[in-house]
Design a protein around this ligand. Structure first.
Ligand code: GP9
Ligand code: MN
Length: 620
């Protein structure tokens, strides 16, 4: 009564069934955030594209194994999906290789496994039942035979690869550099699907595991010698311990660059609060960010480890299992309790994993906040609401505490609700730059509000408040408009480096302010904070020096190999006079300085790739 099925039909049917199931799980059982039609579309296409690829491979097997292969893939795929679903129900995140092998999370899961199963989960295996039924040789309407000609086989294979590539191209359009940078497991899953995400994870993890296996502790001694000579400053100054036992409230200023500080737009100050704050803070006017592709997460990494981030990818993703000597760990030993406040998914930049490793005691992520349509814009909760809602947690922290608060509103594309804009936009060709000033002003106002809240709650007096820009907000792409704003003809390579300056404030209530012009960078934060808190960090391996020391290093290296010296700036194969921006002649002394500045990057990379700090720990 029915026409008999053939293998080529079975794999198509299997792909359809399995694709539908996968889509239902992605769309309705995971809580994946979909912001636009493009994301909806990719999420819809991907399950079928992946399933088609997996099942279509069946035609390359020997006749008798083809059906077996289809069954195995269907089972395996279903198990992977279902395990992820259970894990997701508990942790709101996807499985990764380290989690599987590390076992700690899985153990937590073990105890509550029954709670993670729902009655309707049975329906998630319907596709399996159907595939198995259709594949049965005795079922009257089924007879599986392999009759495909080689030409057709190749066609099917090419088709499945083209589908995959198409999916990848769409993902790249939606999220440029998705695979290089990783961003967030949720982004990866929603753009390339769970199965491709697992492959990606396997490749990433094996790469870094291999480098780790090959390393031994021998490389370490040369690095330690270098650090002792170059990056350790044991000079005594009267600032040592001036903030002893105080709380540290460290605010991350999203995308804030120094060029807006003490600057104007339409005759108005862009950042009135931050301008005034200079008067009673240590303000570092030549402070550089040193981040790369890992953006905010890179700035977090540099700050808390005094190591450089990696030349590509986010170290928070690629080396989250390494041994580090982190600031929170060290402060923990000194009796501090540590936390991070940030109203975003905990898996973004793999923070949930990395924070554990860095010894951060508590992460107040998006779940800790009440985010509504009215109080969010752009990337999420508006900064003013973020600070307001954080207060109840902040005031309940056990003292002394070290806490980081990561802002979000001043993030590309710098969108703001009209009612929150208190500065008219700029009027250049760059929409991005035009709106940047408005969100910067909003950030400035949120900080003012936060300081008021801190004072009202009594947290202010016992705390050191640190404010730091995480990285640039305006990229080279907007150079023409930036040049116009800065009243320059063009942005030269020298200007580009100077634009990498970000604001850095250390505000100690009761202390007088001071503007410090010495060159400084994010790499210096860890030793500087330890110094102010009166904690000995001389055994720590790191490339920064205390910003209050006398014998500071003579250069700040940026991640692309450019560096800033006391008198020169090096970038793009040329040296520039630091104060005038004029090209200066290359001398042997300058080349030697360049060698030294860049040597640090190599050492830092070696430490991370080889996970060398695990050996240092043992020697301690
Ligand atoms: C995301 C926020 C912004 O949680 O920190 O990240 P960015 O894109 O600036 O790295
Ligand atoms: Mn950022």
């Amino acid at each position: 009564m029915f026409k008999k099925l053939q293998i080529n039909q079975l794999f198509v049917i299997a792909s359809l069934f399995f694709g539908i199931k996968t889509y239902v799980i992605y769309r309705f059982l995971f809580n994946i955030n979909l912001e636009n039609m493009m994301q909806e579309t990719i999420l819809f296409i991907n399950p079928f594209v992946s399933a088609f690829f997996m099942f279509a491979l069946s035609i390359w097997f020997k006749k008798k194994n083809q059906v077996k292969y289809i069954k195995v893939i269907a089972i395996l795929g279903s198990v992977i999906l279902y395990l992820n679903l259970m894990f997701y129900r508990n942790f709101g995140d996807f499985l990764t290789i380290p989690i599987l092998f590390q076992g700690s999370n899985a153990k937590d899961l073990g105890s509550s496994v029954l709670n993670l199963i729902e009655w309707y989960d049975v329906l998630l295996f319907l596709d399996l039942a159907a595939i198995f039924y259709l594949a049965k040789p005795n079922v009257s309407f089924t007879q599986v035979t392999a009759t495909m000609r080689p030409k057709r086989k190749k066609f099917v294979l090419s088709l499945s690869v083209v589908f995959l590539l198409g999916n990848y191209v769409l993902a790249e359009i939606e999220r440029p550099q998705l695979l290089q940078r990783g961003f967030d497991r949720e982004y990866l899953v929603k753009n390339i699907g769970l199965f491709n995400f697992h492959l990606y994870d396997i490749v990433q993890q094996s790469r870094s595991k291999a480098q780790r296996v090959l390393a031994d502790g021998n490389e370490l001694s040369e690095i330690i010698t270098y650090i002792d000579e170059e990056a350790t400053d044991t000079s005594e100054t009267d600032t040592f311990g001036i903030a002893k036992d105080k709380n540290v409230i460290f605010v991350w200023l999203e995308s804030l660059q120094t060029f807006v500080i003490n600057n104007e737009l339409h005759g108005e100050e862009v950042t009135p609060f931050l301008n005034d704050l200079i008067d009673d803070s240590y303000y570092f006017e030549n402070f550089y960010h040193q981040t790369e592709q890992g953006k905010t997460s890179d700035s977090e990494f540099i700050t808390e480890t005094s190591l450089y981030p990696l030349p590509s990818g986010a170290v928070y993703f690629t080396h989250s299992e390494n041994t580090y000597q982190s600031l929170p760990d060290l402060l923990g030993e000194a009796g501090y309790n540590s936390s991070v406040f940030h109203a975003n998914n905990s898996s973004f930049w793999n923070r949930n994993v990395m924070y554990d490793n860095l010894g951060i005691d508590h992460f107040y992520d998006v779940e800790a906040y009440n985010v509504t349509d009215a109080n969010q814009v752009g990337w999420g909760l508006k900064d003013k609401d973020f600070f307001k809602q954080s207060m109840k947690y902040l005031t309940s922290l056990e003292e002394p505490y070290y806490t980081r608060m990561i802002t979000l509103t001043n993030h590309h594309p710098f969108t703001l609700d009209e009612e929150d804009a208190t500065l008219a936009p700029y009027d250049s060709n760059s929409k991005t730059l035009n709106h940047y000033f408005q969100t910067v002003r909003y950030l400035d106002e949120s900080l003012e509000l936060f300081f008021e809240e801190l004072k009202a709650s009594g947290e202010y007096e016992d705390s050191v408040i640190v404010l730091m820009g995480d990285h640039y907000g305006i990229s080279d792409f907007h150079d023409r408009s930036t040049a116009r704003y800065l009243e320059k003809e063009e942005i030269t390579p020298y200007d580009h480096i100077q634009l990498q300056r970000v604001p850095m404030y250390i505000h100690i209530p009761g202390e007088e302010g001071q503007v410090i012009s010495d060159i400084a960078g994010q790499i210096d934060i860890k030793p500087t904070l330890l110094h102010l808190l009166g904690i000995d960090g001389s055994n720590e391996i790191g490339f920064g020096t205390n910003l209050f020391g006398e014998n500071r290093k003579e250069f700040i290296t940026l991640r692309d190999g450019s560096f800033i010296g006391d008198d020169v700036i090096y970038t793009k194969d040329s040296f520039y006079d630091r104060s005038t921006g004029e090209v200066v002649e290359t001398t042997d002394a300058l080349l030697e300085l360049k060698e030294r500045a860049q040597q640090e990057l190599t050492y830092s990379d070696q430490l991370i790739y080889g996970d060398l700090l695990r050996f240092h720990d043992l020697n301690k």
